[in-house]
Design a protein around this ligand. Structure first.
Ligand SMILES: [Zn+2]
Length: 448
């Protein structure tokens, strides 16, 4: 039960890492341990919030963190100092583009305009000024480094309380001396875990390439992260993975990963905005063609506008589906809206395609010989046809349209696991979406 004598605090963190070192989730894990030692009670798992993946200045996952606690007011200063020390000690401050932000908010419930800001930061572009205005309004405290851009994500992470669909991730961290070396885990045990716990864990393996994808590649401290529907499941999954190097620590996060939180339905193709991610309906208006690097491009249109859609080579299975589309098909496309330099002003980079209705496909066929039933042979343009068997000529015969079967069925198609964004809801999660929060129901031992 909440203790009225204790204070409430939400600590938001963002943008401490670079491509060469660090990970904000690791700082959150270090901080959680120190906060517990100071007697803090966690009101929720640390939240790992993925923000708009199309923000032009972000090349990595764009994830921010929030820790929500109750604490004794006499350790308030110690909590803030510890947070700041940890961020300063573990951020790559010398790296251009690493702009850490820390935000402290001391309210029990999250103001509704902060929640709205979080939604906007997940789906569109928000500004530092908007974040700072909210911080001032709600008497929060913010600390920013370099350009201070991390304050945006730190504020948004506090605002996103994951009241509806959400998932969990257990992240295991490496011993500092192993960072930068090849990750050592038993691959076979990960495939077995995936088999045993499906559909309740997801994005463990890429079945197209027969490859494990829970282990990142960079020089960051993460050994692997296992994503799933509940804290219990990801913990069980962790126990099934055979480790071949020691884990320094592990922690379970609650997250908007795998929920499609970045996607917004747009009614008209004329409403598309660059840097957003959308679900948009239209009719295929230009047949797919393959452009260099094996990307597939086609166009869709509605009454208002026409837009290019691109399935890039790494989308794998989705690219194969895109290739089978044809003019007249009704589809919904899911993906990021990019400014384009090619035939249309905007391009949707596809994450998913829902095939709603397939146009009938026809092929022109040569007429059949009335005598022997064989297909006639053309004698050239406007020259008529001739039967190769009977040798008879049919100067006025014409080709006829014949229905052919489509190599495609209506349904939802998703980009290959290896090219899914953190926020993309994988096929495995359809039907498992949650409508209610699980805040306050921490399992025992949710971190090491
Ligand atoms: Zn014939």
């Amino acid at each position: 039960m909440p203790n009225p004598e204790l204070g409430y605090m939400h600590i938001g963190l963002d943008d401490t890492d670079s491509t060469r070192q660090g990970c904000t989730t690791y700082i959150a894990a270090l901080l959680a341990e120190k906060l517990e030692k100071m007697g803090a009670k966690f009101l929720d798992y640390p939240n790992l919030i993925r923000l708009n993946p199309n923000v032009p200045w972000k090349t990595r996952g764009n994830g921010a963190l929030c820790l929500r606690i109750q604490y004794s007011p006499d350790v308030e200063e110690e909590i803030k100092e510890t947070t700041i020390e940890l961020v300063e000690a573990n951020s790559d401050l010398a790296w251009k583009g690493t702009d850490p932000g820390i935000v402290f908010l001391k309210t029990q419930t999250i103001p509704i305009d902060l929640t709205a800001f979080a939604k906007a930061a997940t789906t569109t572009i928000v500004t530092l000024k908007q974040a700072l205005d909210l911080i001032k309004k709600h008497h929060a405290e913010a600390l920013g480094y370099n350009t201070q851009r991390g304050i945006i994500g730190a504020t948004a992470a506090i605002g996103e309380t994951l009241q509806q669909d959400h998932t969990f991730e257990l992240i295991a961290y490496r011993k500092p001396e192993n960072i930068g070396t090849k990750r050592k885990v038993d691959i076979e045990s990960i495939f077995q875990m995936d088999q045993k716990l499906q559909p309740y864990t997801f994005n463990n393996v890429d079945t197209e390439k027969n490859r494990v994808i829970i282990t990142p590649r960079g020089p960051d401290p993460i050994l692997f992260g296992i994503r799933g529907e509940t804290a219990e499941t990801v913990k069980q999954a962790f126990s099934m993975v055979k480790l071949l190097e020691s884990v320094e620590r592990w922690m379970i996060f609650r997250s908007n990963q795998g929920t499609d939180a970045h996607l917004t339905h747009v009614k008209n193709l004329s409403d598309l905005q660059p840097y957003s991610s959308v679900i948009a309906k239209g009719t295929v208006s230009q047949n797919p063609h393959i452009v260099p690097l094996r990307h597939v491009v086609f166009a869709i249109k509605d009454d208002m506008a026409e837009v290019d859609c691109a399935a890039y080579e790494p989308t794998g299975a989705l690219r194969k589906i895109a290739r089978e589309l044809q003019i007249g098909d009704t589809i919904a496309v899911y993906g990021a809206v990019k400014k384009s330099t090619k035939t249309k002003p905007l391009t949707i980079n596809l994450e998913k395609i829902r095939v709603i209705h397939l146009a009938p496909a026809t092929q022109l066929q040569n007429p059949v010989c009335p005598d022997c039933g064989k297909h006639l042979k053309s004698m050239g343009k406007n020259q008529g046809f001739r039967c190769e068997i009977c040798k008879k000529r049919y100067p006025t015969a014409a080709k006829s349209e014949v229905a052919v079967e489509r190599e495609l069925e209506p349904g939802l198609y998703v980009t290959s696991t290896r090219s899914q964004r953190h926020l993309t809801k994988p096929l495995r999660r359809y039907g498992l979406e949650k409508q209610h929060p699980t805040v306050g129901n921490l399992i025992e031992n949710w971190h090491s």
